[in-house]
Ligand binder design. Structure first.
Ligand SMILES: [Zn+2]
Length: 122
């Protein structure tokens, strides 16, 4: 399953960042931008994350997904439009095929939210 591999990659990326911190913080939320046209199902991603985070440093962390709509640009019409994913990708004015994508293919970590690690120094 595609989302399983995506989630593995996501956790690896966060772990790399986490282990580089002088004091690995307690991660509470991972904010993810997921494009409507990224080929990833947000619900499947959440499901995969919930199962893979168990017994890891991310066990208490939540995934926060921001869905980015697909926006295409038609050069002949000089306009942006919103294709209907899975149904209709052509320009609503000239029926030209979708040629340029302005947004909607993103799959990236936007922000990692965390609390400072408790530092026992007594
Ligand atoms: Zn057009």
């Amino acid at each position: 399953m595609h989302e399983t591999d995506m989630t593995k990659a996501l956790i690896t990326t966060v772990r790399d960042w986490w282990t580089e911190q002088p004091r690995p913080p307690h991660i509470t939320h991972i904010h993810l931008a997921v494009g409507e046209f990224a080929g990833v199902e947000p619900q499947s991603l959440e499901f995969a994350f919930a199962s893979q985070k168990q017994n890891t440093f991310l066990a208490a962390a939540e995934l926060v997904i921001e869905e980015i709509p697909l926006v295409a640009y038609c050069r002949p019409c000089n306009q942006e439009y919103r294709p209907r994913v899975g149904l209709e990708y052509s320009c609503p004015s000239c029926r030209g095929p979708m040629a340029e994508i302005r947004s909607g293919r993103e799959l990236k970590i936007q922000h990692i939210q965390y609390q400072e690690a408790y530092a026992p120094n007594l």
